[in-house]
Design a protein around this ligand. Structure first.
Ligand code: 8X3
Length: 825
């Protein structure tokens, strides 16, 4: 390694290997980090216990009321904790790293999960014997037959079901047209935290009480719909206030016994803060941070919002508190950084737990997407960066933790200083921040009906999505479509090698009989469109079923449109809302490269016949290396190659055209998205060898990135292929997640920072939605795979989040290693 140029992260790890102590200086946060680092997360059962207990008692009542009562029951009974050294309080489970259970979602897996999760490869958790017994004997039986997952399997039409679940075991995912709604009760979400900071839950409760007092007692709608909604809001406001007060009580009690005067005062300060917020408006920066934290933590207990509740535009809604306290001399930059670190540490201890095997496979490495947004534009369209923006970047560079996920908004008029600091943070090497492009996102939000103010004020959410708090109303988790499986079905006349003789897809004919590319293309298109049809049928069922299973009183209380229409946010269509929903193109690069190889080699150059190609694929290229090399050298997406990019653009257009027509019928926006999490690994495990030379059952390409190792013309060519393959005339397009790996040498020094800044400006000019970077040497990844103990602290970028490399499955590790590490930009 000695001759390589290393990123700061790699230097730190090499220093650790040499036995040097880490440089992180803030003693308080270093101590908290030490207290949970290297512990396996534990499953805490209290949320599931009290939720179930309450549900047993409220059968027959409106769902919203049941949900809010269950939350109140949790607030009253769950254990309250205050961690040593912490300044912010509020956790939903055991000290250390922990995950909680949501049995209402896919609790039919509980028995299996309790057996498998402690030893599974993807994100294992431990559970005590007593808790395991309690889950299996007391919690799981209540939910059997009632979970969303089971009811969804029953509600899907038979034809759609066979693309979704294994007909022999209807609860096992097929990874062809996959639903993701049964392992998360909503897609990513951002609350209007500012409402909590400015009005407090007391203000929200008062509004609900006033509205209740104005209802018409004779109106059936008021009685059956509006009153339960408003009562649920009142109960949930009481619940979170009660929960905060229990923390105040505990802090006072602990303060009484503390000998250490400094900690005693800190505990009294915690007590004073929790007595005031989130009930009342925040009066200073510290209270604003605590109120926000209580809100998101309580919201995590409310339901499993995959991929988690995001933090919104923290540098915007916290700024006035920061500025006021700095001016008053009661806060310093150092205090601010310390409080930010306290929050990152609290976040890092709550691990989003997926109990189903599918959820686990989608979210390797303890995935997390609590996106903190910085930068971007003000609601008036001016540059929004402020001093706090820079402190967030500083905190990310200084604090060696993979939380929080940081998202930097970029627009065409950002300052050179901002881009420079963003680039310097990226160069640190642990994958932060991801970048989201206002030049692409804002016009699309406007086209979907947002006002300028709403569009400019969007917050990044989840991996790469964007939310307009108070305007977005769509929460349905979306379909993931394995389009490389459609290529396979075109080759094998509607069958897949993994499923033998089962006729899953359409019978589009034996491609060995096709004489022209057009015949092959039409056959592929038929399979492709059939997949879309199945995905949209699935989505139709899901949209309508969810409201019967889930309610979201806290989230709804914080949403203007829900308070205006008296509707839970899960209601299929909310008047005045903009529904930003999605469907997912899995394996974009794999499909493009496969079709390009067939078009060029079989039909144009006639280098090989379809029969030879099919035979080579059936042999998984064993003994057919010459054919594989031809395929690998055919035109590839990601190289600014017009041949491949034209196919990519047509595939994109086909999807956009389909949703333009049919999502309107569903009354929502279902936009095309290329955002895989880690699912390109399990989806690859069902697809046999593909015509791009990919071996059977290996990972598919991820997001809008090129196939692993196929991008050989440098990173700018990757950007240009992304640009050339987009259909800018459609408003149905959404996030395209783009991973770029750079070797530290190509961004070394000030010159390297300058190059990275210029590269980011090009990306912004090309109106690409998202980009994220791994700045790392391939040698480091190879060493980390070989000697995991030494590289336990190595953080890598995955898909909208960063994770410890050694927490990933060998398949995903290999996938990261196989990606092109560009050596020049
Ligand atoms: C993926 C997030 O929740 O929209 O970033 O699927 S979600």
């Amino acid at each position: 390694m000695s001759e390589l140029i290393l990123s700061p992260q790699e230097q730190r790890i090499q220093a650790e290997i040499q036995g040097e102590t880490p440089l992180h200086t803030r003693a308080r946060t270093a101590d908290i980090l030490r207290s949970f680092k290297d512990t396996k997360p534990r499953i805490d059962v209290e949320r599931a216990k009290y939720f179930t207990e309450s549900f047993r008692q409220t059968e027959g009542e409106p769902l919203l009321l049941r949900w809010s009562k269950a939350l109140k029951h949790i607030a009253e009974n769950s254990t309250v904790y205050i961690d040593d050294y912490q300044l912010l309080v509020g956790r939903a489970g055991y000290q250390g790293r922990y995950g909680i259970l949501y049995p209402e979602l896919d609790g039919d897996f509980l028995g299996l999960a309790i057996e498998q999760i402690p030893t599974r490869v993807e994100s294992p958790f431990t559970i005590s014997d007593a808790d395991a017994r309690f889950v299996v004997e007391e919690i799981a039986p209540y939910w059997q037959g009632k979970t969303f997952h089971e009811n969804l399997a029953q509600a899907l039409p038979k034809e759609t079901l066979k693309y979704t679940y294994d007909p022999k075991d209807p609860l096992k995912s097929r990874f062809i047209v996959n639903e993701t709604a049964s392992f998360r009760s909503s897609i990513q979400w951002v609350h209007d935290y500012e409402k909590v900071l400015k009005r407090g839950f007391k203000g929200i409760k008062t509004e609900a009480e006033q509205k209740l007092s104005l209802l018409d007692p004779l109106s059936p709608v008021d009685d059956r719909e509006k009153a339960p909604f408003l009562q649920a809001v009142v109960i949930v406001c009481d619940a979170i206030i009660l929960w905060a007060n229990r923390h105040a009580q505990l802090a006072e009690k602990l303060a009484e016994t503390k000998k250490n005067l400094k900690r005693k005062q800190e505990l009294l300060k915690i007590a004073e803060t929790c007595r005031w917020v989130p009930e009342n408006p925040a009066r200073n920066f510290r209270e604003a941070m605590q109120a926000q934290w209580f809100t998101q933590m309580f919201s995590r207990m409310e339901q499993k919002t995959g991929t988690i509740i995001s933090n919104g535009r923290m540098d915007q809604y916290l700024y006035s508190y920061y500025q006021q306290d700095i001016e008053a001399g009661i806060l310093t930059e150092e205090d601010t950084l310390q409080l930010l670190e306290c929050m990152w540490l609290a976040m890092a201890q709550f691990i989003d737990l997926y109990i189903s095997p599918t959820g686990g496979a989608f979210n390797e490495g303890y995935a997390h997407w609590e996106a903190v947004t910085i930068g971007g534009q003000t609601p008036e369209g001016l540059d929004a960066t402020n001093e706090l923006t820079y402190l967030f970047l500083q905190s990310k560079r200084e604090f060696p933790l993979h939380y929080p996920d940081l998202a930097a908004r970029i627009h065409g008029r950002v300052s050179q200083r901002y881009l420079y600091e963003v680039a310097e943070t990226i160069k640190e090497g642990s994958g932060f921040p991801k970048l989201i492009n206002d030049e692409e996102v804002v016009p699309l939000l406007l086209a979907k009906g947002a006002t300028f103010e709403e569009a400019y004020d969007y917050a990044v959410s989840g991996c790469a999505e964007c939310r307009m708090p108070n305007r977005d109303t769509y929460t349905s988790p979306c379909a993931y479509i394995n389009f490389p499986a459609a290529v396979e079905m075109t080759i094998y006349n509607g069958k897949m090698k993994l499923h033998g003789d089962e006729q899953i897809g359409l019978k589009t004919g034996d491609p060995r009989d096709f004489v022209t590319w057009e015949e092959f293309w039409q056959a592929y298109l038929a399979q492709h469109i059939n997949f879309l049809k199945q995905a949209f049928i699935q989505q139709h069922v899901i949209i309508n079923l969810r409201a019967k299973h889930f309610a979201w009183p806290l989230g709804s209380a914080l949403h203007d449109l829900c308070m205006k229409t008296y509707k839970d946010i899960h209601t299929p269509v909310i008047e005045g809302g903009i529904d930003l929903g999605y469907f997912e193109f899995m394996g974009y690069g794999t499909v493009v490269d496969s079709l390009a190889a067939i078009k060029k080699l079989v039909y144009e150059d006639k280098t090989l016949t379809m029969a030879e190609l099919v035979e080579a694929m059936e042999y998984n290229f064993e003994g057919r290396e010459v054919v594989r090399q031809w395929l690998l050298n055919a035109p590839k997406y990601g190289n600014n190659d017009a041949y491949a990019d034209a196919i990519a653009k047509e595939l994109d257009r086909q999807c956009l055209q389909f949703t333009q027509k049919y999502s309107q019928e569903l009354g929502v926006h279902l936009d095309l998205r290329l955002v895989p999490f880690t699912s390109h690994v399990p989806f690859g495990k069902v697809v046999s060898a593909t015509p791009n030379g990919r071996k059977a059952y290996t990972p598919l390409s991820d997001g809008s990135s090129a196939s692993q190792g196929a991008d050989v013309n440098g990173p700018t060519a990757v950007l240009l292929s992304n640009y050339a393959s987009k259909n800018f005339g459609f408003r149905e397009r959404a996030a395209r997640l783009l991973n770029v790996t750079l070797s530290p040498s190509c961004v070394a020094g000030d010159e390297g920072t300058g190059k990275l800044v210029a590269f980011i400006r090009s990306w912004c000019d090309l109106k690409l939605w998202h980009i994220q970077f791994n700045v790392i040497n391939k040698e480091t990844l190879l060493m980390a795979k070989k000697e995991p103990d030494k590289y336990r602290n190595l953080i890598v970028r995955i898909a909208g989040y960063s994770a410890y490399f050694t927490d990933l499955s060998p398949d995903l590790q290999d996938d990261l290693i196989a990606r092109t590490a560009h050596t020049a930009i």
